[in-house]
Ligand binder design. Sequence first.
Ligand SMILES: [Zn+2]
Length: 263
Amino acid sequence: MADNNPPLPDFTRWPSFPFEGDMRVKPLAAPVDVEPPRSGEDAADCVACNTPDDEYIWISERWRVRAMDRPTGLPMVVILECRSHLDIGDLPNLLAAELGVMTVRLERAIRSLDGVARVHVNRWGDGSAHLHMWFLARPQGRLQLRGTFLTLWDDILPAIPEQQWRENLAMVAAWLAEFGGQAIAEPPHIQWESPSTINYGGDQKDTSSDQPADSARLPDAPTRHTSGDLIADIPAQRVGTEEPDTSAPGTSPVAPAQVSTPY
Ligand SMILES: [Zn+2]
């Protein structure tokens, strides 16, 4: 329509493009001379370095995996981080090699979930300075979600049920823990389990229905019946090259992952 507006690119006609109707290309802003610092360029201000382990779904001595702070449209969106305050190009050989192992392992874990056809692995690095790799699960059968627009669809689709989301996170955490490290995410509690035998002494308010604040850490967390299948598959995948994470420095913690634009 407008004279100076460039034609829409071909991808706007791809089946996977999430929008339709009249569109136009935005004007391109002028380049800046000096780019602003990314979030957490300094380790002291780095969200990843300052986030405690219990905000993650799985941790090891050199790596951690975190989820968003709530369910989104895809079956799983998680982020792999190293503990060291480094970006991808700065990794020493040990961490670089482990990044490959962790990427393959996490992809396999997510792909093992029911209803997941493919796992997209992305590193943008424009938002936060600390290395963070995105893993996004593309739902089985959803051919329209194939390819580069998956992150957009994640925001468009209705969020998956929280129960399913928590189960998925617990499954992936358990899978990773089979190779080392520690699963933090646990399966959601089954609502019909009676908490009446638990006595916390101090607070005598109604104990008949409310879950205690830290109920996720109680030992009566149910084991998903499907976990046997998951575990059973794992030894075959190990093929000698998998070793549990052993030594390594810890770092300190800072803030839960927010659902936000993946940079
Ligand atoms: Zn950091």
